[in-house]
Design a protein around this ligand. Structure first.
Ligand code: ADP
Length: 407
């Protein structure tokens, strides 16, 4: 029965499918092959006779087909089926038509399933290839960014040392000739301040490239968090007072317990977080350090009543140079309200905390300069960093003095 309608079906399908199908090459021939395969399946009931053609069609998908969200192959299969049923209805008497359609239906079902599967496989492999390519490009880009930072930092160091050296000589020379007037001192201090800020930025750039290349080495030793906070309290007090802010350091379980860490690096990490808290909290706001003890860990929270951070930016701010917001609006003071920086403070804090085997994240209801929802930075630190596990930790604990080495 199928043989009697095949020719008519092929003509009709070619007309319907036109050139807009994924199998546009030799369309007539291909439909003819499929018709023949259907004939075999109807006779023997072996659906796998359709497989070679279906595989060929699936492999003929072009890049545009693979990128498209709709399925051209499934649409094509739909055309094949409807045109078959239309042709059969037109050319055969109802009982014969019904028998043939009943026979063809499972064949088309099988073909549909197979094509869908092939197409999903082709699209998945295409997408994962593309993802790999993009990933490799991103890695190359990140590597060249990191190389650039390292080279730029190194190249900037030499001229900066010259500026610092000549400024010191100028100051000393003028002092010896008793020519160090008030105006001259102000000018020299201006140069010295600029040079100091430049040195800080260069050191941050070097730290970021160390972190990027997993070269940050920690000088692990017994450390007490409350002592680090005391140092930061003394250091940041002038800035906090200038901004009329309140700085509260709570005594929380775990803060006076000995943990192993690099006190200098931990100071740097907490300093970066606190300087941001001062910068992004309006005058009169509150900054507080609190925390809790967890099994094997101490969690420190640094909360401010500042402008907050948009949820979309809460991961971005830990990436290097990812300073958010309008760069032009940023002022340049280190602790001035919304004072700008190169966007390296948090990536460095993250790198240091992670090098300790810890983790850092931020919580904020969002960014609002009027209502100031505030931000809370969480720092989770293991008491024993992974690099100091086992006997080394026991040894250090046994010889640990009762006073912090960080003092
Ligand atoms: P920067 O050098 O710009 O301060 P950071 O890496 O320290 O770089 O911070 C990145 C960005 O994260 C800041 O520019 C700021 O937009 C946002 N940010 C960091 N801390 C806070 C905070 N406590 N409140 C609001 N925004 C913050």
């Amino acid at each position: 029965m199928w043989a009697s309608v095949q020719t008519e079906w092929i003509e009709r399908t070619v007309r319907l499918a036109g050139q807009n199908t994924p199998t546009r090459e030799n369309l007539h021939l291909q439909i003819q092959d499929f018709a023949q395969a259907l004939q075999n399946v109807l006779g023997e009931g072996a659906y796998h006779n359709l497989d070679p053609i279906l595989e060929r069609w699936a492999s003929s998908l072009t890049q545009t087909d693979l990128e498209s969200s709709t399925s051209d192959l499934m649409r094509f299969m739909g055309i094949l089926m409807t045109s078959a049923f239309e042709t059969i209805k037109q050319h055969l008497k109802p009982p014969e038509a019904l028998t043939l359609i009943e026979g063809l239906l499972p064949c088309f079902n099988y073909a549909n399933e197979q094509l869908a599967q092939h197409e999903i496989e082709a699209k998945t492999s295409y997408i994962s290839n593309r993802l790999n390519q993009v990933q490799q490009r991103l890695e190359r880009l990140d590597k060249s960014k990191s190389d650039f930072i390292a080279i730029a930092a190194h190249e900037l160091k030499t001229p900066l040392t010259l500026v610092e050296g000549y400024t010191a000589m100028l100051r000393e020379g003028l002092r010896q000739r008793a020519a160090l007037s008030h105006d001259v001192v102000i000018l020299i201090e201006g140069i010295e301040n600029g040079a100091r800020r430049l040195r800080n930025i260069i050191e941050d750039m070097i730290d970021v490239s160390l972190i990027d290349n997993a070269l940050l080495s920690l000088n692990l030793q017994p450390t007490w968090l409350n002592r680090l906070f005391e140092i930061l309290d003394r250091e940041l007090r002038p800035a906090i007072e200038e901004r009329h802010q309140t700085f509260q350091i709570h005594h929380f379980p775990g803060c006076d317990e000995m943990i192993f860490g690099d006190p200098e690096r931990l100071l740097q990490a907490f300093r970066n977080i606190l300087v941001n808290a001062i910068k992004f909290t309006p005058d009169g706001g509150i900054i507080e350090i609190n925390g809790r003890e967890l099994p094997g860990f101490v969690e420190v929270t640094i909360r401010d009543t500042g402008i907050g951070i948009d949820p979309n930016d809460q991961n971005l701010i830990f990436e290097k140079f990812a300073r958010i917001g309008n760069v032009a609006l940023h002022s340049s003071g280190k602790t001035k309200f919304k004072g700008g920086g190169p966007g390296l403070g948090l990536p460095i804090a993250k790198g240091i905390i992670e090098a300790h085997g810890g983790t850092i994240w931020v919580e904020s209801k969002g960014y609002d300069e009027v209502r100031c929802p505030g931000s809370t930075f969480h720092v989770l630190l293991p008491k024993h960093p992974p690099s100091l596990e086992g006997r080394a930790a026991d040894f250090l604990a046994a010889i640990a003095p009762s006073q912090s080495l960080s003092e």
